[in-house]
Design a binder for this molecule. Structure first.
Ligand SMILES: Nc1ncnc2c1ncn2[C@@H]1O[C@H](COP(=O)(O)OP(=O)(O)OP(=O)(O)O)[C@@H](O)[C@H]1O
Ligand SMILES: [Mg+2]
Length: 227
């Protein structure tokens, strides 16, 4: 009997996707493991962001399937996917809602009815892990781009995701902030979280990746494992 799904963490099978009449992916297949750091590179408009949105179910294929841990994403809701895969948008402002950093971190847990003691303990741990202790009482809208990015990442990690997708995370970061992001992503990787990063920054990609995939016009034109 034909095997419909495989046991990779993420599996994309016979996917077709168009924005209106503009066909972007035509019978696209790809599997991703969650025990490695994978980067997606490629020219502007090659389909990198669209691919990651398809993986998370933010947009739906015209044909074909995306599976996360053998579950069909089209049969999951966005919060079910969000409990497994964290997604950091290119613009972190899109995903910050709290007034202060501490509000932002507490908000999601309060919303889910978690007790205040558990919230405080978890927030302390996350503030330390993401180097946010000194700015915990600051207003989110006054933070720098790099700080907003760390706040958005810290909120994602309240849910303990197994996998993290980042869209161009080095854009707008100076050398120092980029080095901080490098250390943070390295720690996340060493904690056993799989990562898929879209980036144009080839030096950053080379420093972190176990696998590098190059897209061109919705096709994989290179797929290399790094030693
Ligand atoms: N919402 C949309 N509606 C219509 N076309 C879109 C939409 N989003 C993206 N596209 C088109 O789909 C193609 C792939 O876009 P996508 O954003 O996935 O590329 P990308 O590789 O992430 O590019 P970049 O490096 O510039 O971020 C492009 O031709 C783009 O213009
Ligand atoms: Mg993009």
């Amino acid at each position: 009997m034909k095997k419909l799904v495989n046991d990779k963490f993420i599996s994309i099978s016979n996917l077709i996707f168009s924005y209106k009449k503009n066909n972007l992916f035509n019978n696209f297949n790809l599997s991703l493991d969650n025990n490695m750091f994978t980067s997606i590179i490629g020219e502007n408009g090659s389909g990198k962001t669209t691919l990651t949105k398809l993986i998370c179910g933010m947009i739906t294929p015209n044909f074909g399937n995306v599976f996360i841990e053998n579950r069909d994403v089209s049969k999951m809701n966005l919060s079910e996917v969000g409990n497994i895969i964290g997604y950091l948008f290119q613009n972190p402002e899109k995903q910050i809602f709290g007034e202060s950093v501490i509000d932002e971190l507490s908000f999601a847990m309060k919303f889910n009815g978690i007790s205040i003691d558990i919230i405080n303990g978890k927030v302390e741990h996350i503030l330390e892990k993401f180097d946010l202790e000194e700015i915990k009482d600051q207003k989110c809208h006054l933070l720098s781009h790099g700080e907003k990015q760390r706040v958005a990442l810290s909120t994602i990690f309240l849910k303990n995701p197994k996998y993290l997708i980042l869209d161009e995370p080095t854009t707008g970061l100076d050398v120092l902030r980029k080095e901080m992001l490098y250390k943070l992503l390295n720690n996340i990787k060493n904690d056993g979280v799989g990562i898929l990063m879209i980036s144009h920054d080839l030096e950053f990609v080379d420093k972190l990746s176990d696998r590098i995939i190059m897209l061109e016009n919705g096709r994989v034109i290179k797929d290399e494992y790094c030693s």
